[in-house]
Design a protein around this ligand. Sequence first.
Ligand code: KIV
Ligand code: ZN
Length: 522
Amino acid sequence: MSEKAKDDAIVKIFDTTLRDGEQSPGASMDVEEKVVIARQLEKLGVDVIEAGFAASSDGDFESVVRVSKEAKRPLVVSLARAQEGDIKKALKAVEHAKRPGIHIFIATSDIHMKHKLRMTRNEVLDAAAWAVNYAKKHIDYIEFSAEDASRSDWDFLVQVFSEVIRMGAKTVNVPDTTGYAIPSEFGSLVGYLVEKTEGSDRVTWSAHCHNDLGLAVANSLAAVANGARQVECTINGIGERAGNTSLEEVVMALKTRRSLFGVDTNIVTEQIYPTSRLLSQITGIPIPINKPIVGDNAFAHEAGIHQDGVLKQKLTYEIMTPESVGIPGNRLVMGKHSGRHAFSERLKDLGLNVNKLDMNRAFARFKELADKKKEVYDEDIEAIVAEEILRLPGQPDRYELLYLNVNSSSNAIPSATVKMKVDGQECIDHGTGDGVVDACYKVVAKIIGSRARLVRYSVKAITGGAEAQGEVSCLIEDGGIQVSGQGTHTDIIMASAFAYINALNKLEYRKHYRQMVAKEGP
Ligand code: KIV
Ligand code: ZN
């Protein structure tokens, strides 16, 4: 098979969870968290990691630098506007990557050119060609995106894409920036561009869809059917507004309907579920229970007729297996008699990244939980591992919970007494609130003198039964920095306190980091 034929049989997966995904309200991640996600994306087998928009902030610049140093196989790219300053920053940020790239974009729709850019078509055409030509002197791999392509004039797009290909772009991307397109229309647009653009056969055509009408995956598949060989997507479909194309959905659609599309991806599909869970743990954004592929109900058969059919032959109602996306078949696994070996084997089976894990601590926490619960489920283990991995290396926690007592009754004001260690010093205080969680959070904030605002709080029972572990995620904000915290415990109030203190510790690190960057540069 020729190289070209081989390339045509693969749809590359460009993951933008760390860039467009992070633009999702409430999804901000710090540098360490992005590195953890990037490692998992590499394990998942993505072809390209868009690690950030280097010129947009010092934090984004640093994230691109760190992910560039970390990734071994995938291309690492930074987004850049078609401007010299942005391109220089992007080039600098990816300079340590084994496979560096840059992703230049400019809007091409009349509505964006007139109102946002205040540029004419000719000016946009010149800026796009200039930017790719300039970048090409410094780096080989360039992707070019025509922002708002789906609302742009088709022949103007042909002109712009022909020009950037002439200047050396290797991938040309067709974004449905506003999620406006309909699959038949978007497929036709991609087909038209592939046919009419000069040099079209020298580049990879890519689709980047948003989900405002719930059509991002359908539009991406229509693009593939019409010649696109790269899809841009995010884990769990997170992203601006209604999100981006969901990686797990598009990949499993291509795999499940392979005979229709005739293409493969490089994704290790068994890593889909662990990646989805990890992102949800880190961002605190829950996975909807009915989310295709990774939601709790995605493989749950409730109706009697369905259960009967599946027991007789899975194919009756299952178009893919839970195991193929990494959902462990055997959910009830471990208990207090399980040893260290069984524990570490289970971590491997779950596809969890154990490189940075302090196994002694993780195992000790597992044993502690196993003493409290008869059965420890996979979700319990994942929660322990995610929390342990997220502990920042070399950074001792400033705040530690030593004791918590809450009181609530129908005729008394809810109150909490909290004892904490703050920078090694023991402190205790008492206070009231609208509920016991509110009281506990107010006392913690009083003890450490925090002015952080609670933006979001969610509780999930991560396993069933009366002794279920509760997983609490909260998002707090202070001085423009948002961080999420997670806590797990069989007692929801304890889990809430752990989540809040976890977030406050991360906030400290983020503030510290911001000061360091201000002093020394990124
Ligand atoms: O949605 C969009 O148009 C983008 C581009 C920068 C590719 O995210
Ligand atoms: Zn986008």
